[in-house]
Design a binder for this molecule. Structure first.
Ligand SMILES: [Zn+2]
Length: 418
């Protein structure tokens, strides 16, 4: 298959996951943790070693580099970027990762040296059944593996190495980019699209071979504020209006058997109350609103506004406001106008004998934001599975397939014109 990438991918991946790059959503800085620079600076050195050009670390912690085009059509070809994020999720330890390589998987359960009670098996992770004979990498059970997204980092590095050194490969200009803080929703600095300066981009942050993501949720945030009337409790009769009681009423009026994350899947959106803070005088209720369509998203906002109006009508002495602000948008709105980024990714997969499949995701990606800011950015597979927990795993063979897909995609873009 694409075995020529296996040794390099293993060497890179096993090394990268041992570097702690956990993000911190309570930190005001960018990147959120300085330790993300440990990997960023290492990758910058390694890009220099393999001959990449224009290597630069931005003041918000993104690493950028250029692989010049090669071949007669390179000058007129669009510039394509491949991105991966260096950070791992806050909340589950990414320090002291001890990667385990299980060679030539024979089926059945895999065990973890640091957590004897844990097993990974096809019963709980069905994709594992497809990986007989593959080399599976897991953590040791005590930490996450960090496959999300160090798979993507290793794949982009191996692709860069191939494009720089395989003189038979003709392609347009390629940019590689490693970003911090994707896991806390801060991976795309407003300056990033200008710094990238590309016609199209791909994030390497997806799951099974063949997957391509070009549809995501559209997302708004809603904040309801309730001002009651505060008085001494001893003299409160017919004067006090308790904001906490009104907050409970607002939540009570909202749908509970439908339109919530715990009752929705597939293409259904939701209203999710994730925080209530305050006291008898003043309460703030925070919601996230999600839907694949803008109409559905607007309707969800109206449900919250209506709940506020109903409660306000019953207590005119209180002041209840609802403020809705946009978070990110379904990238399909932009891609629908020019599906070439998706179609060429499908063509690259098919050239490797892979059947492409669409995977709408119930969330956002760095690509959602980049697409909205003018750089169309679908998400491609890396092979990672069961991410964000101790059972996280990936096969080296799937990562090799992803590397080959990126190389092929760069070549296909090299035949296009801007
Ligand atoms: Zn990720």
């Amino acid at each position: 298959m694409h075995d020529k990438y296996l040794a390099e991918l293993e060497e890179r991946f096993v090394r990268y996951v041992q570097i702690d790059t956990m993000a911190d959503d309570t930190s005001p800085t960018s990147p959120s943790t300085a330790k993300q620079y440990d990997l960023i600076h290492l990758l910058a050195e390694e890009l220099a070693e393999i001959g990449a050009q224009e290597i630069r670390v931005t003041d918000y912690g993104a690493l950028l580099a250029t692989i010049p085009g090669r071949g007669p059509k390179a000058a007129s070809a669009p510039t394509v970027a491949f991105l991966a994020h260096v950070d791992t999720i806050p909340g589950f330890s990414g320090a002291g990762v001890k990667p385990q390589v299980h060679r030539n998987y024979a089926g059945g359960s895999l065990t973890f040296p640091d957590a004897p009670e844990l097993t990974l098996s096809p019963e709980t992770s069905p994709n594992l059944a497809k990986k007989i004979g593959y080399d599976i990498v897991t953590g040791s059970g005590a930490t996450i593996l960090g496959a999300d997204d160090k798979c993507g980092v290793a794949i982009v590095m191996a692709m860069a190495n191939e494009l720089l050194h395989n003189s038979a490969s003709e392609h347009g200009p390629v940019r590689v980019c490693f970003t911090p803080d994707e896991e806390i929703g801060r991976g795309v600095d407003p300056q990033l699209p200008a710094d990238l300066a590309v016609d199209v981009a791909y994030t390497l942050d997806g799951g099974e071979p063949g997957a391509i993501v070009y549809e995501t949720f559209s997302a708004d945030k809603a904040v309801v504020t309730i001002d009651g009337v505060s008085t001494h409790t001893g003299t409160a009769k017919e004067k006090m209006v308790n904001a906490l009681t009104l907050a409970a009423k607002v939540l009570g009026v909202l749908p509970q058997a439908t339109l919530t994350p715990e009752t929705a899947d597939g293409r259904a959106g939701f209203i999710h109350c994730y925080k209530v803070v305050g006291n008898a005088a003043h309460v703030e209720i925070a919601f996230i609103l999600r839907d694949f369509t803008l109409e559905g998203l607007r309707a969800n906002g109206e449900v919250v506004e209506k709940a506020c109006q109903v409660v306000a009508a019953g207590e005119p002495r209180a002041k209840i406001t609802c403020t809705i602000t946009p978070q990110y948008r379904n990238m399909y709105y932009w891609l629908a106008e020019d599906m070439r980024p998706v179609e060429l990714a499908r063509a690259a997969y098919r050239d490797l004998g892979l059947e492409p499949f669409d995977e709408p995701i119930r969330g956002g990606t760095d690509g959602s934001r980049l697409t909205e800011l003018g750089t169309p950015t679908p998400n491609l597979f890396t092979g990672m599975n069961d991410v964000h927990g101790p059972l996280e795993w990936v096969s080296l063979q799937d990562m090799a397939l992803a590397t080959a897909a990126c190389v092929r995609l760069a070549e296909l873009w090299g035949q296009e014109t801007r």
